[in-house]
Design a protein around this ligand. Structure first.
Ligand SMILES: [Zn+2]
Ligand SMILES: [Zn+2]
Length: 249
């Protein structure tokens, strides 16, 4: 995958006030006017994300820049090529009932081909609190697996959804061709899904589960699946975002 940032001169660095591990960009609105990331059909096929949401704003919808996902994949590239997962936390601010994902925090992490565990959680909390951001979910890679939530992922997602019912898990699975989404304007291909536990079904299963490691979960009481694709996440062309990479701090 090619990095959008290396291709678009309209992005320029903005000043930041924390440590040097923060990188941030602001997108030039004029240069983005009229551009769209995905065709309507490409987006609606999957049913979990939409580029044209201006007429369907709902309380606690989530807005995110597609470049944030691209940049995350760029930061994860070394791990991905070594068949190691990478994870990050999505920090958002709440304005007029909408969560705007403004920051991607890459924590120090312990990673394998099938799991990724953030370490030093105090550092993550301090970073988010310092920027007055709400953790609205997480993003991680499946370098060689398909796009889904593993049993360990479900427990991680549970901990986010307990704090914030609208929290999401974004999974990037570059080898999963069934998840291919082409962003025409940016000449990139992304393979991702956006998920959450069903509530009450999946949440109840995870609340009761005391197991760790990879394991099977029982059926939900109401027969629903344990997790589902999200319909409240929207990609926006003009969102400013920052990346805080704590791995290098
Ligand atoms: Zn996973
Ligand atoms: Zn479990």
């Amino acid at each position: 995958m090619r990095s959008f940032l290396k291709m678009k001169p309209s992005l320029h660095p903005v000043k930041h006030h924390l440590s040097s591990s923060i990188v941030s960009w602001i997108e030039d609105e004029d240069s983005m006017a009229g551009s769209s990331h995905f065709t309507d059909s490409e987006m609606s096929e999957d049913g979990y994300s939409h580029s044209n949401s201006y007429l369907s704003r709902n309380l606690h919808d989530m807005h995110i820049s597609v470049r944030l996902i691209e940049e995350f994949m760029e930061l994860a590239k070394e791990n991905t090529s070594s068949n190691l997962e990478t994870c990050g936390i999505l920090g958002a601010s709440l304005k007029d009932g909408i969560y705007y994902v403004t920051t991607l925090v890459i924590p120090k992490q312990e990673t394998t081909a099938h799991s990724c565990q953030a370490s030093n959680e105090e550092e993550i909390h301090a970073t988010l609190a310092g920027l007055s951001l709400i953790p609205v979910g997480w993003i991680h890679t499946h370098p060689s697996q398909t796009c889904f939530l593993s049993s360990i992922d479900l427990h991680t997602q549970y901990s986010y959804q307990v704090m914030l019912p609208k929290a999401v898990a974004i999974v990037n699975a570059p080898t999963d061709q069934t998840r291919q989404v082409i962003c025409r304007d940016f000449l990139c291909i992304l393979h991702y899904g956006i998920f959450r536990l069903t509530d009450p079904g999946g949440m109840a299963v995870l609340r009761e589960c005391k197991e760790s490691g990879f394991h099977q979960h029982p059926q939900t009481l109401d027969g629903s699946s344990i997790y589902e694709s999200c319909g409240h996440v929207y990609f926006k062309p003009n969102l400013r975002f920052e990346i805080v990479d704590l791995r290098t701090s």
